[in-house]
Unconditional design. Structure first.
Length: 143
């Protein structure tokens, strides 16, 4: 497993995911990968399917994919999100993450981006009274 975040940082990220998801039916995952071939976006798409994020009822999952050793990341939304949002929807989160990563504030950047994603998803995918958490909130790790 990749050792990038300490236990406290992992807990902060999971708490940020839970808080963000409390106002939306959207599902947010954070995944860390040691190495990837191709682009970060291509690898994010592979991981997205591997984690079953394409199987949510409203197809409204969002993956924040990070490869710390390669200093790359990607943000990928499912087709339900992409059908209702403009193509540059993730630009603000990308810029926020980049700014914090350049300062070495990795956990802070992820937590803030997760919060912003949750706020944006809330507009198009508000939480329903019968909403269930379809995907784990914990950080997933690749090889």
């Amino acid at each position: 497993m990749i050792k990038f975040f300490n236990k406290e940082e992992e807990a902060r990220i999971v708490a940020a995911i839970r808080q963000a998801e409390s106002g939306t039916s959207g599902e947010i995952r954070v995944h860390l990968e040691k190495h990837h071939k191709g682009t970060a976006l291509e690898e994010a798409a592979r991981v997205f399917h591997q984690l079953g994020m394409n199987k949510t009822e409203a197809r409204n999952g969002v993956l924040l994919f990070i490869a710390p050793e390669q200093k790359t990341f990607a943000i990928l939304g499912d087709q339900g999100i992409n059908a209702v949002l403009p193509p540059d929807f993730w630009k603000e989160e990308r810029d926020l993450i980049q700014t914090h990563f350049r300062q070495g504030a990795f956990c802070e950047g992820i937590c803030l981006a997760v919060g912003q994603v949750g706020e944006k998803l809330k507009i198009h995918f508000p939480v329903k009274s019968d909403d269930i958490n379809e995907l784990p909130d914990e950080i997933s790790y690749g090889s």
